[in-house]
Design a protein around this ligand. Structure first.
Ligand SMILES: Nc1ncnc2c1ncn2[C@@H]1O[C@H](COP(=O)(O)OP(=O)(O)OP(=O)(O)O)[C@@H](O)[C@H]1O
Ligand SMILES: [Mg+2]
Length: 328
């Protein structure tokens, strides 16, 4: 049975929102129960703990002190970071299974953080997303935020780099202090602006310094928050950067199967059974997920505006052709 000290410590850790301690005491109680021959009770406590940690709905509760919703950061930081909340889920993304599995692995490791930490391990917390425009990198950041019930802080790199070039390291420090203090998803979009070997403002030394500060900060960032960086220019990223991330996830243009899925998901409620999908998919072969999503929106609008009830292969192909023309 739990001792009175353990019960008091449980209540105290709960009141203080110290979930790590709460779970560690509860596991201690289970271990002692097992030692004393109360195997059933020990097993029940362990199963209850695993169920709580596994259940996404309880995620916020687990790390309550750091996940209290925040207003937009104020002062200097306010000009560099914008915050939002998202209801998107990983299920909303259409991705190859391998990419989806890797994203789910990120959420799993964060959900089971305490369990990993008991063994001296930390969840993946620095991820680089690489891929062409319109393949779902920004959407992934939002879906992870929705899935993990965390706010998403987007870093305005243009302001960080152009306006305050000379002071960029100091600004980065401000941001990374926030990464440590306030649990969230920190999203560095168009990351090549920082991570690139390109010379910005003709001052290569300055860019190097910025990159070095970033590497140092990311190293010290801990694993409470998730730092995400996205780029569509992997070729200009410094090799040192690839090593500093816990994971680098590559996004690609959709293959035929994923093109089809993107159409079907986005045209969901329309009568689509008579469509010659092979022709549509071939016509859309060069389009990204974002462009296919736009084609579907345009198609649905056309149906409404022209009071048409059914969708035709030709209409879809016409709208795809228009979209391809706007690309070139
Ligand atoms: N993999 C995807 N699954 C479902 N929808 C997608 C996907 N990729 C893109 N979309 C759609 O396209 C929109 C724009 O995509 P998103 O902003 O995530 O692309 P991105 O990879 O960040 O592009 P960029 O490199 O230009 O920033 C999304 O809001 C969504 O509607
Ligand atoms: Mg983006």
């Amino acid at each position: 049975m739990a001792t009175s000290d353990q019960i008091k410590a449980l209540l105290k850790s709960h009141a203080e929102g110290d979930d790590r301690r709460f779970y560690s005491i509860a596991r201690q109680i289970a271990a002692q129960a097992a030692q004393k021959g109360h195997g059933k009770m020990a097993q029940e406590i362990k199963e209850m703990l695993d169920a709580i940690v596994d259940k996404p709905a309880n995620y916020v509760h687990i790390d309550r002190p750091n996940t209290i919703p925040l207003a937009q950061p104020k002062g200097e930081l306010g000009g560099l970071i914008s915050v939002e909340y998202s209801n998107l889920k990983l299920d909303d993304l259409i991705l190859p299974k391998e990419v989806e599995d890797r994203l789910r692995r990120v959420t799993l490791e964060h959900r089971q953080k305490s369990k990993l930490q008991e063994h001296g391990l930390h969840p993946r917390s620095k991820i680089l997303l690489v891929g062409p425009p319109g393949t779902g990198k920004t959407m992934t950041a939002k879906a992870l935020a929705g899935e993990m019930h965390l706010p998403i802080f987007s870093i305005q790199l243009d302001r960080l780099l152009t306006k305050y070039l000379g002071e960029t390291a100091a600004k980065l420090r401000l941001i990374f202090d926030n990464v440590k203090q306030t649990r969230g998803i920190y999203f560095f979009d168009e990351f090549d602006a920082i991570g690139g070997k390109r010379d910005i403002g003709n001052d290569i030394g300055e860019v190097r310094r910025v990159l070095n500060s970033f590497l140092q900060f990311i190293e010290e960032a801990g694993s409470e928050s998730l730092v995400l960086a996205a780029t569509n220019h992997p070729e200009i990223l410094d090799q040192a950067l690839f090593r500093r991330f816990d994971d680098v996830i590559f996004y690609e243009m959709p293959d035929k199967e994923l093109i089809l899925k993107t159409f079907k998901v986005n045209l969901k409620s329309k009568n689509i059974k008579d469509i010659s999908w092979n022709k549509v998919v071939d016509a859309a072969a060069t389009l990204s997920y974002a462009e296919i999503t736009r084609v579907c929106e345009d198609t649905l609008k056309t149906l409404i505006l022209e009071d048409r009830t059914s969708l035709s292969t030709q209409l879809l192909i016409d709208i795809i052709t228009q979209r391809i023309k706007t690309k070139s």
